[in-house]
Ligand binder design. Structure first.
Ligand SMILES: NC(=O)c1ccc[n+]([C@@H]2O[C@H](COP(=O)([O-])OP(=O)(O)OC[C@H]3O[C@@H](n4cnc5c(N)ncnc54)[C@H](O)[C@@H]3O)[C@@H](O)[C@H]2O)c1
Ligand SMILES: [Zn+2]
Length: 363
C-alpha cells in the first residue's frame, strides 16, 4: 500500500506512507529516491539493531561504523530533552548539517525523539520514519506529532513535524515481544471502533492468524489503520477537531497510566478506557449493549484488561481525568463510541455518570 497524506499550507505538504512485506530490504533504494541529495543520518533503537543487524547488513543498510548510524537507548525514561541534546551533539560530531535528513528506526519512543530533534536541529531538517513496533506502525509514526516527557508528565514538550516518508514492514514485528504487540492491538481496536467497521469484523475473525504474526493479515490491519489516521490528520492536523476522536479510551487510560506511575502500559490503559467510555455510552443510551459486549470480548481475546485495578478508587481516577483535561484546556470534551466504526466528540457531559461506571468496573 502506498498513500499520500496531503497536508494544508503553501506550498502544499505531503507525507508518503508505504506499507508492505519486504520494504525493509528495499529501504536504502526507496530512501535514496526521497533524499534529494541530503545526507542521511540514522537514529536506530539499539535493541532493534542488536536483534536485526545481520539482516540489515544483508539489506545494505548503513552500519554504525560508517558514522551515520547513531544507536539510541529507546525507553520511556530516555524520552527526555537530555536525549535530544545528546543526539544533537553526536550528530554535529558526525558531520550533520542543514543539508542532512534523519531516519528513525524503532518504536514510538525513537520516532518521537527523532521527529522532535529533526524539527529543531539547525532550525528544522526533514525526517523519515521506519517504525518497528505495532504501536508505531498503526499509530505513532503517522501524523507528525512528537514529544518528550518532563518529570511533571508525558509528552509535555514537542512539536508538529511531518515525516516526508513513513515506511512500514510488518517483518519487523516477527521479533516484537507479545507484551508489546498487545499494546499496539489496543490502538488497532480503537481505530476500528471510531471509524472502520470492516476492520472491526476482520479483527473479530482473524485473532489467531494475527497472534501468529502472519504477514498478510498484519499488512491488512496496518494498512487500514494508516488509511484512517491519514484521513483524520488531513482533516485536522493540529488536533482541534476530528483528530480528537483518536483519543477514544485515552482520557481514563492516561489517568490510569499516571496513577500507576506508568506501570499500567499505554495500550492496557486505553483498553480499560475504551470499555469505560463504552459503558458510559450504554448508560447514556448512545450505544447498544451488544457493542459493549463485543468490545469486551475483543479486548479479552488479546488479554487486554477490561477492569479497573482495585488499587485505584473511582474518585482518584476522576480527579486525574479532570487534572488532565484542565492541563490541556479541554474541560468539555470526551469521546464516546456510538456504534462499531462510529464515535462522537461529546461536550457538556455530567461526569457523575462516569463515576458510576468506574465503580462498576472495579476488579
Ligand atoms: N507521536 C504520536 O502521535 C504518538 C502516538 C502514540 C504513542 N506515542 C508514543 O510512543 C511511545 C510508545 O511507543 P512504543 O510502544 O513503540 O514504544 P518503544 O519505542 O519504547 O518500543 C517498545 C519496546 O520494543 C522494543 N522494540 C522495538 N521494535 C522492536 C522489534 N521489531 N523487535 C523487538 N523489540 C522491539 C523497543 O526497544 C522497546 O523496548 C510512547 O512514548 C508514546 O508517548 C506517540
Ligand atoms: Zn494512544
Amino acid at each position: 500500500m502506498d498513500l499520500n497524506i496531503n497536508l494544508p499550507g503553501t506550498p502544499a505538504r505531503v507525507s508518503r506512507v508505504m506499507v508492505g512485506d519486504g520494504l525493509g530490504a528495499g529501504l536504502p533504494r526507496i530512501l535514496s529516491s526521497f533524499l534529494g541529495g541530503r545526507t542521511d543520518f540514522w537514529i536506530c533503537d539499539e535493541c532493534v539493531w542488536s536483534i536485526w543487524h545481520e539482516r540489515l547488513a544483508q539489506w545494505g543498510w548503513p552500519e554504525p561504523g560508517c558514522g551515520r548510524v547513531l544507536l539510541f537507548t529507546a525507553s520511556e525514561a530516555n524520552k527526555r530533552l537530555s536525549a535530544l541534546e545528546d543526539l544533537a551533539g553526536r550528530l554535529v560530531h558526525a558531520g550533520a548539517d542543514r543539508g542532512s535528513a534523519l531516519i528513525a528506526v524503532g518504536g514510538g519512543v525513537t520516532g518521537d525523539v527523532t521527529g522532535f530533534l529533526a524539527s529543531i536541529f539547525m532550525r528544522g531538517i526533514p525526517h523519515f520514519q521506519v517504525p518497528t513496533t505495532l504501536l508505531a506502525q498503526v499509530d505513532s509514526s503517522i501524523g507528525g506529532k512528537n514529544g518528550v516527557d518532563l518529570a511533571e508528565g508525558k509528552n509535555l514538550l514537542g512539536t508538529f513535524h511531518q515525516p516526508d516518508v513513513i515506511v512500514m514492514d510488518p517483518a519487523f514485528l516477527e521479533t516484537l515481544p507479545a507484551e508489546e504487540f498487545r499494546q499496539g492491538m489496543a490502538e488497532i481496536i480503537k481505530t476500528a471502533m471510531i471509524g472502520d467497521a470492516e476492520l472491526w469484523e476482520y479483527l473479530e475473525m482473524h485473532t489467531a492468524v494475527l497472534a501468529r504474526h502472519d504477514r498478510e493479515p498484519l499488512e491488512y490491519v496496518i494498512t487500514a489503520c494508516c488509511r484512517l489516521k491519514a484521513r483524520v490528520v488531513e482533516a485536522d492536523e493540529r488536533e482541534s477537531g476530528a483528530r480528537r476522536l483518536l483519543n477514544l479510551g485515552h482520557t481514563v487510560g492516561h489517568a490510569l497510566e499516571k496513577l500507576s506511575d506508568y506501570r499500567i502500559r499505554h495500550g492496557d490503559g486505553v483498553a480499560v478506557g475504551m470499555v469505560a467510555a463504552a459503558r458510559w455510552a450504554v448508560r447514556l443510551g448512545r450505544l447498544p449493549q451488544d457493542v459493549l459486549a463485543r468490545l469486551e470480548r475483543l479486548c479479552a481475546a488479546w488479554d487486554l484488561p477490561v477492569r479497573i485495578p482495585a488499587a485505584f478508587s473511582s474518585d482518584e481516577i476522576l480527579d486525574a481525568v479532570h487534572a488532565d483535561k484542565k492541563r490541556i484546556g479541554d474541560t468539555l470534551h470526551f469521546i464516546l463510541p456510538a456504534g462499531i466504526g462510529w464515535a462522537d466528540d461529546c461536550a457538556g457531559l455530567d461526569f457523575s455518570g462516569l463515576k458510576e461506571v468506574l465503580i462498576g468496573m472495579r476488579e
